[in-house]
Design a protein. Structure first.
Length: 88
């Protein structure tokens, strides 16, 4: 799953939580809530349509978490080495 997506350094090295929130909000408006009816099960079409967006958000969230933890606790490796390590 990790190699399916290209995530730029600027996307995951950004620690602006308000920007993360705005991105997620926009994604929810354009993808997540489109075609959802309260009390009804999600269709297989809905799941397949949104699966890539969900996977990318999981990868991006993991990279961001890794970056923040390493920033807090210190790590002498370069950002590129950290990304490569995370993706292995």
């Amino acid at each position: 799953m990790l190699n399916e997506f290209t995530v730029s350094n600027s996307e995951w090295q950004n620690v602006d939580v308000e920007q993360w929130s705005a991105e997620s909000f926009e994604l929810s408006k354009s993808n997540v809530y489109t075609g959802v009816t309260a009390g009804k099960a999600l269709s297989s079409e809905y799941v397949s349509t949104n699966q890539a967006a969900i996977k990318k958000q999981i990868v991006l969230g993991g990279l961001r978490l890794s970056y923040v933890i390493q920033h807090i606790f210190g790590n002498n490796s370069s950002p590129q080495q950290r990304q490569e390590s995370f993706l292995q």
